[in-house]
Write a protein that binds this ligand. Structure first.
Ligand code: S6P
Ligand code: ZN
Length: 192
């Protein structure tokens, strides 16, 4: 017997704006939400003394039925840098170690950074149209190295859970910084 929430639902994605309608929840992540993520605390504090710029928006739609818990998340990552470091998402690992995710870059360019708890590191180059599979047990972060908005669509299970602690504590092994106008990987000092 179907329950009230067991019926199909569709939303309409707009490629021009990188948004969809109807949206259920929208989260804005500002610099103050990512203080621990960028490598130069002096630059972060100098910016925060005057302003708290928006880094990205997350538009969510949970699809919960009586037997399933999928979620759609669209992230709009603004172009820009904090000092020499490109705008990026906080990054997290799923609490459940059997939970993968699909990311689809629908606009812009950059990198998907992936890292295991043991420190295995991968960087996937993204251009518009790249679709990446994030296996379970890999922390994930997206970096916008372009001049345009980067938009990606995520599909995952709500029950996967989000753990930000490993990223807050040690970050990713590599940072993406601007060196003479070129996105360049450098080793993170925080990673030991
Ligand atoms: C959820 C999925 C995305 C992120 C979003 C923001 O599993 O990976 O929807 O939540 O891209 O990133 P973060 O690291 O701030 O959650
Ligand atoms: Zn995730």
């Amino acid at each position: 017997m179907l329950q009230e929430n067991d019926y199909p639902i569709s939303v309409q994605f707009d490629f021009a704006s990188g948004t969809f309608d109807p949206v259920q929840i929208r989260d804005d992540r500002k610099l103050s939400d990512l203080q621990m993520m960028f490598h130069d605390p002096i630059i972060v504090n100098n910016i925060l003394a005057n302003a708290d710029p928006l880094i990205y928006e997350i538009w969510y739609h949970p699809f919960q039925t009586s037997r399933s818990d999928m979620a759609l998340g669209v992230t709009r990552l603004l172009p820009g840098k904090i000092g020499d470091e490109y705008h990026m998402t906080k990054g997290h690992i799923h609490e459940r170690d059997d939970q993968p995710e699909i990311y689809f870059c629908v606009r812009g360019e950059g990198y998907l950074l992936l890292q295991t708890i043991d420190g295995e590191f991968r960087a996937e180059r993204w251009t518009t149209g790249t679709i990446s599979h994030i296996p379970p047990m890999w922390a994930h972060r997206v970096v916008n190295t372009g001049d345009d908005l980067l938009v990606f669509v995520a599909s995952y299970h709500l029950s996967a859970g989000h753990d930000y602690r490993p990223i807050i504590e040690k970050g990713f092994r590599k940072l993406l910084v601007d060196r003479d106008g070129q996105p360049t990987f450098v080793e993170s000092q925080r990673w030991t």
